[in-house]
Design a protein around this ligand. Sequence first.
Ligand code: NAD
Ligand code: UDP
Ligand code: UDP
Length: 343
Amino acid sequence: LQHLETKIENKVSKDFPTVKFLNYKNRKRILVTGGAGFVGSHLVDRLMLAGHEVIVVDNFFTGRKRNVEHWVGHENFELVHHDIVRPLYLEVDEIYHLASPASPPHYMLNPVKTIKTNTLGTINILGLAKRVGAKVLIASTSEVYGDPNEHPQSETYWGHVNPIGPRACYDEGKRVAETLSYAYMRQEGVSVRVARIFNTFGPRMHMNDGRVVSNFILQALQNDSITIYGSGKQTRSFQYVSDLVDGLVALMASNYTQPINIGNPVEHTIEEFALIIKDLVGTNSKIVELAAVEDDPQRRRPDISRAKKYLNWEPKVPLAEGLKTTIMYFAKELQKTKHSQRN
Ligand code: NAD
Ligand code: UDP
Ligand code: UDP
């Protein structure tokens, strides 16, 4: 893990010759939509280091060129500024479809755009996959289960989503994206993979995405109050980004076409999570309780038996280890911000 991180940090651009070149038969042309975002950029690193040709399509709504800049100029890499709500014509073998805002404050900022991205955008990607015969993996979410009545959540659970609440643009958008995927599979023979991704964290997360991991780490690093929304008894299960990337790559390579949960089943209340971060950062921050947010899912933990059985996948990185790497990343980012404010 550290090794990969350091390698990327040392600007792979200076190190291009170390990237393996696959023989023509094994090398694929791979499109990653949303590839300049948090998860997408880690996936791009993995695919590039494996020697594939990678095209990133991103409109930079929540993503940043900085996340992939170490690949710009590499002959196997292409960065395309494009909004997937508009049609796009490319020739590829595989598509990882990740383009969509992911954090509640981001997806609620422009709910109509979030719906368009997940519906019209997904139709374009599936239309492209159909035309070129590419395999397509859709980044779905644990939010398709809504505020679940079943715990832990297995893929057979149909969910409990408020269709008109503030989270609906994302939850229902992703549910339609799944529906579209299976409609294209049945009607057009498109080869689809559906990953239901649970809460993920790691370096390159957006500093101001308002999510619990980034908020708590930033608050702890700056000795500000750690803000718990509601009682703090609600739970989440957090996975480190390298585990997610392993899961996505394994799913793409598999023959499994039903939805599959990719997440870490270790569950914590948000209150416990605040204490874990406070302890790891070693801060004096107070923990304060603010108003609960509307429609906040109360319990969330993936049942990952399917992923274990069909992908031979399970998460490897313990929470504390992933958090330490992420805390270091955020500390560096804060220093950079302070430095640029001084100059
Ligand atoms: P992110 O916001 O960092 O990345 C999303 C990327 O998509 C950004 O680079 C953004 O600019 C791009 N994008 C958004 N709308 C677009 C559009 N219309 N056209 C082109 N590009 C567009 O988020 P992330 O955390 O990396 O999430 C990636 C995917 O994984 C998303 O589909 C998200 O729903 C899913 N997911 C993430 C999590 C998580 O915990 N991070 C959990 C469940 C699902
Ligand atoms: N599409 C695209 N790129 C392609 C092929 C299709 O963006 O390479 C878009 C196309 O504009 C259409 C959508 O994907 O709006 C769905 O395509 P499909 O072929 O399923 O539908 P149709 O074109 O028949 O409406
Ligand atoms: N949360 C919190 N304080 C914060 C940010 C989030 O208590 O500063 C809570 C939020 O109410 C939710 C959980 O942490 O119960 C996870 O929120 P996040 O926005 O990270 O992701 P979600 O899983 O809700 O999409």
